[in-house]
Write a protein that binds this ligand. Sequence first.
Ligand SMILES: *[C@@H]1O[C@H](CO)[C@@H](O)[C@H](O)[C@H]1NC(C)=O
Ligand SMILES: *[C@@H]1O[C@H](CO)[C@@H](O)[C@H](O)[C@H]1NC(C)=O
Ligand SMILES: *[C@@H]1O[C@H](CO)[C@@H](O)[C@H](O)[C@H]1NC(C)=O
Length: 477
Amino acid sequence: MGRNILATAALAILPLVNAQQPGTLTPEVHPQLPTWKCTTSSGCVQQDTSVVLDWNYRWFHTASGTSCTTSSGLNRTLCPDEATCAQNCVVEGVDYTSSGIATSGSTLTMRQYVKGSNGQTNSVSPRAYLLGSDGNYVMLKLLGQELSFDVDLSTLPCGENAALYLGEMDRTGGRNPYNTGGANYGSGYCDAQCPVQTWNNGTLNTNGQGSCCNEMDILEANARANAFTPHPCANGSCDKGGCGFNPYNRGYTNYYGPGLTLDTSKPFTVITRFITNDGTTSGSLSQIQRVYVQNGKTIPSAAPGGDIISASACSSAASFGGLAGMGQALGRGMVLTFSIWNDASGYMNWLDAGSNGPCSDTEGNPTNILANYPDTHVVFSNIRWGDIGSTVNVPGGGVSSSSSSSTRPSSTTTTLRTSTRPVSTTTVTKITTTTSAASQATQTHWGQCGGQQWTGPTACAPPYACKTQNPWYAQCL
Ligand SMILES: *[C@@H]1O[C@H](CO)[C@@H](O)[C@H](O)[C@H]1NC(C)=O
Ligand SMILES: *[C@@H]1O[C@H](CO)[C@@H](O)[C@H](O)[C@H]1NC(C)=O
Ligand SMILES: *[C@@H]1O[C@H](CO)[C@@H](O)[C@H](O)[C@H]1NC(C)=O
């Protein structure tokens, strides 16, 4: 057990060394998943990264093989406190294949269901994190940067949720003298729903505390619906609902799905840009922009002015630090998290049913999913992050501003409005207003005045001038 649970210090103090041997029944071998870090000046550099399964999915047991957990949490005889627990129990390595996780090259596949050795189907619903070669989580610093990856959601029906998101977990997973494994064993989970877990930041949670932290949902999706959502936190509470962007919910009901504008029957690339007010990696987060690439082409956005969450439109987050607070967390660094799950209580209706998507209220029932889609799985690949415009070499998603502007359709937004315009008159009215504002209004000091997919004002109120920061952002300075 030495690797993960028990401290050298504790070993020295406690004579019961036999109760403290490593949990070696299953060696912990992290599936390799190379990723890329990119800059505009030097291109992309491969990172030596892997994935690690979350701590809560592991067998926690005594040296003799008795489980240290019961149906209602930890066995309090074996784990009355941190030190005794570390003396009695080890956390075990996992078999990744039977946990629903496989990697190959830069591709990560995660399955909802796995066939057990007895031939039965187990719902494994894995959650995993991106781990660095130093045994700590990779801290992605995405303020003023972008993140890209390819995804195949074609086998995910209504009610499934393949998620790729960022949480402000501790880099070491809360590694401490009683939990020497830390991030190497997937510890330290937290998110903006403030889950009350047995462990909190790698230590025993003895006072029922919630594990709250800033969360940026880059993609929560199945083949029928999707959303990206910032959930900032401040002073111990979080914006649990978030101010997300779900195209269907915004009225663009024919945009996302099998055979639609963004065709989810095939893989596509998801680019997410965290634009700051001054174009730097230390400014205030002013916009989160989404761009999709499929079949080598930038797909027109769902919303006419681009699929954008702006600071001003993110009012639900205001009392939690707003988009700026989310940006500060992105600047400090966040842990990349992957999961696939379904939801026996709400059938994931918040993502894909009612006003959020085309699914019925009941088809997301896991019983239905298991019966009809036992093979459901997500494939994430080619994960890259870095300077805006540096991670995807495609016109409009891509590296060079000149090639981007020359090969882009001259009026993406116009094409878009015709093809994906929502039927709702309210939304149409809004679009019209935006359009006329775009051609007439002037932007104020610090405001955005240009960039790809920008349809707002391009002139600045005197005495300010519109300065291009990068192909995606120009600002009145
Ligand atoms: C807790 O562990 C003790 C010691 O191994 C054992 O005797 C007891 O049955 C366990 N309790 C439960 C509820 O499993
Ligand atoms: C989590 O644990 C680590 C290691 O003990 C510690 O440095 C860090 O401050 C903790 N974070 C929080 C939010 O408590
Ligand atoms: C958090 O609390 C501090 C101290 O009370 C306060 O100054 C700050 O404005 C609060 N932050 C938010 C976002 O409410």
